[in-house]
Design a protein around this ligand. Structure first.
Ligand SMILES: Cc1cc2nc3c(=O)[nH]c(=O)nc-3n(C[C@H](O)[C@H](O)[C@H](O)COP(=O)(O)O)c2cc1C
Length: 228
């Protein structure tokens, strides 16, 4: 059970997420303790929920969600870089998180804890496997995980695996999974729905105008649960 105070707070702070002004960047409010379920209770509740309502989440909830995903949790992290909530190979932090909303797609910058507009328009129906396009595409936010291969060049601890194609692939898929599980647990801790899924990689790359060194991997949709 989520403590009732937390639910009341979630309702109070649910001024809808409004990105309709299509600002080039959105400074997110500081992440705050959302007083959700314990880690144990969140683990018990974690599951994929594919039925997600067309109902906004607040900017504070989005801020907390992105911070939970891969936000900065210590300035002095490993190998000379900042530390984030998700582990990554050699602290490369090579997974970029994009938030697709009704109005545009924003790149999350964990250092500044802000969103930077990457593309205007509603990309939510494309950030999922083609066969599931009509599912959850009205959810308030669909995250897209994109690997930035170039980040391995600046990883704090340089080791041969960072440049071996097979090892590199293992690293970035694991690192994306670390973030995705954080998101699952964040959602479960607040009673929100969360759904990790494929994405239409070629279409997303084209719309985001990504260079060859950046590859979309997966998507994850978050919002208020509907009836399953
Ligand atoms: C690598 C991976 C890819 C997935 N791709 C999809 C997908 O494209 N569509 C979908 O509906 N679910 C997808 N899922 C969700 C799984 O089907 C789901 O996690 C699994 O059935 C277990 O259910 P649970 O998360 O509720 O425990 C994916 C999960 C993983 C880990």
């Amino acid at each position: 059970m989520i403590r009732s105070k937390s639910v009341a707070k979630l309702r109070r702070t649910s001024a809808p997420l409004d990105t309709s002004c299509n600002k080039d960047s959105i400074v997110l409010p500081k992440p705050t303790d959302w007083h959700g379920r314990s880690v144990y209770a969140a683990l018990k509740a974690r599951k994929t929920v594919r039925s997600i309502l067309d109902k906004k989440i607040s900017l504070q909830t989005l801020s907390n969600l992105l911070w939970a995903a891969c936000g900065t949790n210590r300035k002095a992290g490993p190998f000379g870089g900042a530390g984030i909530t998700a582990a990554s190979a050699s602290n490369s932090q090579e997974i970029e998180v994009y938030a697709a909303t009704e109005d545009g797609v924003y790149l999350y910058e964990s250092g500044a804890h802000r969103l930077v507009l990457a593309a205007k328009g509603d990309l939510r129906p494309m950030a999922i496997g083609r066969g599931q396009r009509s599912w959850g595409s009205k959810a308030p936010v669909r995250l897209v995980y994109v690997v930035n291969i170039g980040k391995f060049d600046t990883a704090g601890y340089q080791e041969p695996g960072l440049y071996d194609p097979e090892t590199q692939k293992a690293y970035y898929y694991v690192d994306a999974g670390m973030i995705a599980e954080n998101v699952y647990l964040f959602a479960a801790s607040l009673g929100l729905a969360s759904w990790f899924h494929n994405c239409d990689k070629a279409t997303v790359a084209r719309h985001l105008n990504l260079p060859a060194t950046k590859r979309p991997l997966f998507g994850q949709t978050i919002g208020h649960p509907g009836k399953e």
